[in-house]
Design a protein around this ligand. Structure first.
Ligand code: PBG
Length: 330
């Protein structure tokens, strides 16, 4: 009998296709990254990210309410602070009245159920734009971990549900976990950016926060390759993720998304915690730019990419398309 299998039967119409669909995405899979700036009534579009804004806390809170009404249950927070608050220690990062701490409080007051995950890394606070403290041209690991621990405790005190270290220093998950426990924050979780690659796709994000490694009189590394991962590596990502789980991470994240879906699947197969993926700024910018030119069907591409990320093994996707996707799915 020919052909033995007619696979097209299961593709005959949308009803049967939806019945056999292996991967479904929904708004509760998404987290929305938000850029927060000082002031009141401030809302500036990020030039390389059309539709994404740097906003003061008032506007951010309004948007959080909108996100909640769209079914989005988590936000990732990033701040842009004034240059005069930056130094090489990052100490503004654990100022109890700092911009991040105020933002966390304001969001939790307005929408208490929203899962708030502030970014833990020194780059927005560093005069050099690096994720760590620098000495003699080197990013110091252990002093940076101490700073990140203080920062995490301060976020917890402000009301964060999770802290999300994105710095790639060694040993920081254990140090942060211990710091949180010692201060009574047993219920504050850690979403670790476990496999974060040194990627050119972060360009628009660094525009948004003005956080690119700076050209200064002091000699500093011009890229983040001594801490973020080499994009040629696969086994190393598995090692990073397993170590972070052993150190106490509740969720591990892979970043960026699309170019790293092989890594997502491999990590998913070896860890027993949820895997998150960050579809980063450059990925957003590419889709926006091509759509604006009429070269891609934006809505279709958004849903295809987010589904592919979930299919690869992500339980949670951090995406600048969260609102658009939620509307498309709604
Ligand atoms: C910094 C940080 C970066 C991103 C998230 N946290 C940039 C970097 O590592 O330089 C990038 C996110 C994006 O591109 O959307 N700790």
């Amino acid at each position: 009998m020919y052909p033995l299998n007619r696979n097209r039967r299961l593709r005959t119409n949308e009803a049967i296709r939806s019945l056999v669909r292996e991967t479904n995405i929904s708004p509760q899979d998404f987290m929305f990254p938000m850029f927060i700036t000082e002031g009141k009534g401030v809302k500036t579009e990020v030039p390389s990210m059309p539709g994404i804004y740097r906003q003061s806390i008032d506007g951010t809170v309004k948007e959080v309410k909108e996100l909640w009404s769209l079914g989005i249950k988590a936000v990732n927070l990033y701040v842009k602070i004034s240059d005069h608050l930056k130094d090489n220690t990052g100490k503004e990062a654990w100022n109890k009245d700092g911009l991040m701490q105020q933002a966390i409080k304001a969001i939790k007051d307005a929408v208490p159920e929203m899962v708030v995950m502030p970014d833990v890394a020194l780059d927005p606070y560093s005069i050099y734009g690096h994720d760590g403290i620098i000495e003699n041209g080197e990013i110091l690991n252990d002093p940076t971990v101490d700073a990140l621990t203080k920062m995490s405790i301060s976020h917890a005190r402000a009301g964060a549900d999770f802290v999300a270290p994105s710095d790639m220093m060694d040993g920081r998950i254990l140090a942060i976990r211990n710091g949180l426990e010692e201060n009574g924050f047993h219920n504050v979780g850690i979403m670790s950016y476990s496999a974060k690659y040194a990627s050119a796709f972060y360009g628009p994000f660094r525009d948004a926060l003005d956080s690119a490694p700076k050209d200064t009189r002091v000699k500093i590394p011009k890229d983040k390759k001594t801490y973020q991962m080499d994009f040629s590596n696969r086994i190393e990502a598995i090692k990073e993720a397993i170590q972070d789980v052993e150190e106490g991470a509740d969720i591990v994240m892979i970043k960026p998304g699309l170019c790293y879906l092989d890594i997502v699947r491999e990590v998913k197969n070896v860890v027993n915690v949820p895997v998150a993926v960050y579809q980063v700024s450059g990925e957003y910018a590419m889709i926006k730019a091509a759509s604006e030119k009429g070269w891609l069907d934006q809505d279709a591409v958004i849903l295809e990419q987010l589904t592919a990320i979930k299919r690869a093994g992500a339980s949670i996707i951090s995406t600048y398309f969260a609102k658009e996707a939620a509307k498309l799915l709604g």
